[in-house]
Design a binder for this molecule. Structure first.
Ligand code: X5A
Ligand code: ZN
Length: 703
């Protein structure tokens, strides 16, 4: 109508008024000693530089940050939390700041954190108010620290205050004059907006929608409540919508499909008065944490589709996003959309994943009683593409689904997908898999035959013209070791290896207190490139009744089956795949000492590149060749920073034997459990008492 009136009067329609909030005071929050961190001040500067260089900033109404009132933050957070965030940057906290940060999950503080936190929350209030009041048509708040993981009483996941939740409550509770009665929050950050979900879980005035990587519960924040079953409660039932990806690599086509078949129909029915976007850009192509591939054009299209609601009143608040180029380009594309620039949308990959279609159906099914529009028929014969790597979630317990016959896997990785994966340029690991697998000797675990010859061997031509692979393969170990030494994985420990000095025995050799046998160590003795803790939805239990190394008592196993009622600690070490194999050899007692005192390792890896290719998200590979060893099952627990998280435990068949009593469950010995407790305590996960309880509970609970 505005356009028609403008045309009638012969004037050009006014350009949209777009707010752009940038303030370098929010760059004050940084790691205390200048350590590298993905959530760093350069993020804001990189975005701002790009917007200025593209002439975008000058077309927007540039706003300064404003500190939030404590009373407004109090609608979301406890007084204790507000006070701590206010005081954490003061002198009195100089000596305890780091320890307090360690008490939270993925948090750092410095002298600038308090101010930044109050400015971030206040800034989202500021722009939301202006958009709600009609002073601006839409706005982008470039804020940090981000907000969507922050909970009622805790900082978490790089977030101190939940900026978007604070702004939503401000509009609903403090400004009846602005007539905002229904708010749609769209959280497109690659991580689940756990904090925001909780704030509005029973509130029908706020429709919370989050699309995020879930990876069957293993992707950060790894809480089961990111699943599509969490739809809200009480009056808020149906007003909480989670779209959980099963794996990474989701891109424009996947997000557009979710918009078209879930979000937009619901937005139409809900008819929000304003839309707040928890706009993380860590699902962007190139992001080091997200592993997804939304392009700047993709973000532009998703945003364009949102502008059709709430009279285009859209507020974007920055959340995550850790590739400086990707976030700058993505925000720039979004700003252009808000300014009314025209886009040519031509996604390179138009097909969603099969898994995306499955997730869409699941979500619609879950929510159709609340949103009848979701009962409509979905289009048929939509061209889909197979998952980036073969994926099969665990079957119900007691099955042997973790015993994989590599030969029988469907040919899920088509050449098209390989090209897609490789030229996404996202994962060096996967590129390596494709490029090097032909040159690398690996063991085919299902048949136990050595399948490739070393590139140094020549194939012998026979008289009849056929070729026969040489029977003796030279230098195999050199080949696989050098190839696997360039591939990194996270080795996840849940037992005594959680204590770093004990784990280092597997790398450097030797033993620690309580161990009666020395470890051989790995070929490559370089220390882990990183250490990190996580919780996983698997049960820790103690089985077997004695071990050569620790004597009488059970040792730790992780049930390979997922169970969302379980939460076990894992300590992850970033090591090479070569080292991982050496750990696996030692754990399964496959290293020997020869006559001359030299250590003899098996001459081919158990987990080579082709095995890696078949162990994608939430799959296990039971190593047939060592099936009688206790730790013969390599389980993929998820990904961190684009690298796979692998652990070694027993196969599901052993779990069944433990359950039936055929194999014993036994509490750990004093020295063994003391090692686990030291790991948890020195790793700053639990205090001594909590750690002892955790171990005792696991031992007492059984399977
Ligand atoms: C806001 C955001 C991510 C936290 C990841 C912690 N947080 N590993 O993206
Ligand atoms: Zn994120």
């Amino acid at each position: 109508m505005a356009a028609a009136a403008a045309a009638a009067s012969g004037s050009v329609p006014a350009a949209p008024r777009v707010g752009l909030l940038y303030d370098n005071r929010m760059c004050a929050h940084a790691t205390p000693d200048g350590e590298d961190h993905p959530e760093n001040p350069e993020r804001l500067r990189a975005i701002w530089r790009k917007l200025a260089a593209e002439g975008i900033a000058s077309r927007c109404q540039v706003l300064e940050a404003k500190e939030a009132n404590e009373s407004h933050i109090a609608s979301v957070h406890t007084q204790d939390h507000i006070k701590l965030m206010r005081d954490i940057s003061s002198k009195e906290y100089d000596s305890s700041r780091d320890d307090i940060a360690k008490g939270f999950n993925s948090i750092y503080f410095n002298e600038g954190s308090s101010e930044s936190a109050f400015l971030a929350a206040g800034s989202v209030i500021e722009v939301s108010e202006k958009v709600a009041a009609g002073e601006l048509n839409s706005a982008i708040a470039l804020v940090r620290p981000p907000g969507h993981h922050a909970e009622h009483d805790a900082a978490m996941g790089f977030c101190l205050f939940n900026n978007v939740a604070v702004a939503a409550n401000y509009l609903l509770n403090e400004r009846p004059d602005l007539c905002i009665k229904k708010i749609l929050i769209v959280d497109w950050d690659v991580h689940h907006g756990n904090g925001t979900q909780k704030m509005f879980y029973d509130d029908p005035r706020v429709l919370f929608f989050s699309v995020h990587r879930f990876d069957f519960g293993s992707f950060y924040p790894s809480q089961g409540d990111a699943s599509h079953c969490f739809i809200g409660e009480g009056a808020g039932q149906g007003y909480n919508i989670n779209v959980p990806w099963e794996h990474g690599k989701c891109g424009d086509a996947d997000y557009v499909a979710v918009w078209d078949h879930i979000l937009l129909p619901i937005a139409e029915a809900f008819d929000p008065d304003i839309i707040l976007v928890s706009a993380g850009f860590d699902a962007a192509l190139g992001d080091p944490l997200g592993g997804c591939c939304i392009t700047p054009n993709g973000y532009a299209l998703l945003l364009t589709k949102l502008l059709g609601f709430a009279n285009g009143r859209v507020v974007m608040a920055l959340e995550g996003g850790y590739n400086l180029k990707s976030i700058a380009n993505s925000v720039c594309a979004c700003a252009k959309v808000l300014l009314g620039d025209k886009f040519a949308f031509n996604a390179r990959e138009k097909r969603p994943f099969e898994s995306t279609w499955r997730v869409i159906k699941m979500v619609r099914d879950e929510l159709k009683t609340y949103w009848p529009v979701l009962s409509s028929k979905l289009p048929k014969n939509v061209p889909l593409r197979s998952a980036p790597l073969y994926i099969e979630p665990y079957a119900s317990s007691g099955s042997e689904s973790d015993v994989e016959d590599v030969d029988e896997l469907p040919d899920a990785v088509s050449s098209v997908d390989i090209v897609q994966v490789v030229d996404d340029g996202l994962s060096e690991r996967i590129t390596m898999l494709k490029l090097d697998q032909d040159n690398v000797a690996t063991k085919n675990t299902s048949s136990c035959t050595t399948v490739e010859q070393s590139p140094t061997d020549s194939v012998q031509a026979q008289n009849d013209g056929s070729v026969v692979a040489p029977t003796r393969i030279y230098d195999l170990s050199f080949t696989w070791r050098s190839a696997l030494s360039k591939v990194y994985v996270w080795y996840a420990s849940f037992g005594s290896n959680m204590w770093t000095p004990r784990f280092l025995c597997y790398i450097e050799g030797g033993k620690v207190d309580g161990m009666s046998i020395s470890c051989f160590g790995s070929h490559d003795t370089s220390p882990p490139r990183g250490t990190m803790w996580k919780n996983v939805p698997h049960r820790l239990f103690f089985g077997r009744s004695s071990t050569p190394c620790w004597g009488t008592g059970g040792v730790a196993f992780l049930n390979p089956e997922i169970n969302y009622n379980d939460k076990s600690y894992i300590c992850m070490y970033k090591i090479t795949l070569e080292q991982f194999n050496d750990v696996l050899f030692q754990e399964n007692r496959l290293v020997d000492s020869s006559e001359d005192g030299k250590n003899e390792f098996p001459d081919s890896p158990l987990i080579g590149l082709s095995e890696m290719e078949s162990i994608s998200s939430n799959k296990a590979l039971h190593l047939e060749s060592i099936k009688d060893s206790w730790y013969s099952n390599v389980v993929h627990l998820g990904e961190e920073d684009g690298l796979p998280i692998l652990t070694m435990t027993c196969p599901s068949t052993d779990v069944a034997r433990h359950k039936s009593g055929e194999l014993p469950l036994a509490p750990p010995s004093e020295t063994y459990s003391a090692t686990l407790i030291k790991g948890l305590v020195e790793g700053k996960q639990l205090d001594t008492k909590e750690a002892a309880n955790y171990i005792n509970d696991a031992a007492a609970r059984g399977l």
